[in-house]
Design a binder for this molecule. Structure first.
Ligand code: FAD
Length: 403
């Protein structure tokens, strides 16, 4: 039972049941590229969105591990549904529940409980891994903020309602730090200053829109600023801690994809006959399946460990989250690829889900911190030293440390 409680086993069983419906629509979602609204409605009704919302805000107060169990089951069946379960439980909503005002918490809780998948807007055309080099600005004008800039690869662009937008805070012409701003988009394209300018065609996870956004004089009231403790200077680091939850979520989708592909591979190896015997009897295949099972279990152990590191209302540990995400994301690419191999030509066909698993698995080593950037983070933490990546970064560390 992996040390799960009875409630957690029951929750997982419930998720597994609804995930069968998610599996039935996964191929169509992939082919059409349409966001799976009917499935989202069912997930929300069953309580799988907003699962981590505390009781005082109308949710069941589930833990990060609870959400992980649900996300894995949906991701085995339909990774787009798995990603929706991630964003509707971790990530932006986690940041709001940790740092938001009462009104902000009420707003975010209501949205995710109704099935919204909030969007996190960090990446820009010229600021990917170097996120703090973002150019989008938020300028104070009286009691309002005015945001101008462009974001790219925003998951859920065009379908998400709640947006957590990161921008350079400018007050009286001076740069104060990077801040987070909450904006709710309605179903009719308002506010007008938030423009979804293009959907980016992608390799996998095709039912989930990835979009370019433009902010044109986008006005945000001061009470929609998400203020983390430590002021503008330290606030970004705190807000980005919410990404540790999102990272564990992304690692879980990768885990689910691998576990789903692995199960299909075991089934196929037992069913398919060549040379007058089940192909499972060939040692070459048996060892491939054995390695896949070991990798999936190792990833699950890392993911659960990271999930358990989160306190009741907290975020998972940064190191544990990065370790889990690096391993699970790269493991999923290997395992889905091997699973396709076990299926032979049928695996290569779009008639079967194996090629979708492979395409869907490819992105987790890129989004939410690439595997290389996360290795830098792991190295920083195990070495206990800053490893700045800019050319002049070490000069600054030396100046700060006076060494
Ligand atoms: P680059 O930073 O240009 O990196 C290119 C290559 O250089 C990579 O291999 C990288 O690992 C390597 N590299 C860069 N710097 C270093 C370094 N210091 N050390 C070693 N190697 C390095 N962003 C959002 O804000 N919100 C979202 O919802 C969102 N969703 C996404 C969904 C998908 C499907 C994808 C693909 C991306 C998404 N992103 C999102 C963006 C994502 O976070 C970035 O793609 C990621 O941070 C990497 O930035 P980049 O793609 O510009 O790559």
């Amino acid at each position: 039972t992996d040390g799960l409680t009875r409630d957690q086993l029951a929750l997982r069983a419930r998720a597994r049941e609804l995930a069968q419906e998610a599996a039935a629509q996964a191929a169509e979602t992939d082919r059409s590229g349409q966001y799976p609204w009917p499935m989202v409605k069912k997930m929300a009704e069953a309580g799988f969105t907003g699962l981590t919302i505390p009781r005082e805000w109308g949710g069941p107060g589930g833990s990060v591990l609870d959400a992980v169990l649900v996300v894995e089951e949906f991701s085995k069946a339909c990774a787009v549904c798995g990603r929706i379960a991630v964003e509707a439980n971790m990530g932006a909503v986690g940041a709001v529940m940790a740092y938001g005002t009462e009104a902000q918490k009420k707003l975010a809780a209501g949205l995710v409980l109704a099935g919204d998948k909030p969007a996190i807007c960090i990446t820009e055309p010229e600021a990917g891994s170097a996120a703090t080099e973002m150019a989008t600005t938020a300028e104070r004008r009286g009691d309002r903020w005015v945001i101008n800039g462009r974001k790219t690869w925003i998951t859920g662009g065009g379908v998400s309602r709640l947006h957590l937008i990161f921008a350079r805070v400018m007050e009286d012409g001076a740069f104060k730090g990077i801040g987070g701003f909450l904006v709710v988009r309605d179903g009719e394209g308002r506010p007008e200053g938030l423009v979804v300018s293009r959907r980016i065609p992608s390799l996998g996870l095709c039912g989930m829109p990835e979009a370019e956004l433009e902010f044109r004089e986008l006005e945000v009231a001061d009470d929609m600023v998400l203020r983390a403790p430590g002021g503008w200077q330290r606030g970004f680091g705190r807000l980005i801690d919410a990404y540790n939850g999102q990272r564990v979520g992304a690692a879980t989708v990768a885990l689910g994809l691998a576990a789903g592909a692995y199960e299909h591979a075991v089934g196929r190896a037992n069913d398919r006959r060549q040379f007058g015997r089940p192909i499972a009897e060939f040692q070459g295949l048996g060892w491939m399946l054995a390695d896949m099972s070991i990798e999936v279990e190792a990833a699950r152990a890392l993911v659960h460990r990271a999930a358990r590191s989160a306190g009741p209302a907290g975020f998972p540990d940064r190191l544990a989250a990065a370790q889990a995400k690096v391993f699970a994301s790269e493991m999923a690419i290997r395992v889905t690829n091997t699973a396709l191999q076990v299926w032979g030509a049928a695996g290569y066909s779009r008639d079967n889900p194996m090629e979708r698993y492979l395409r869907d698995a490819r992105m987790f080593a890129i989004a939410g911190g690439t595997a290389q950037v996360l290795r830098n983070q792991v190295a920083e933490q195990i070495l206990g030293r800053k490893l700045p990546q800019t050319r002049d970064g070490f000069l600054r560390v030396i100046a700060e440390e006076g060494a």
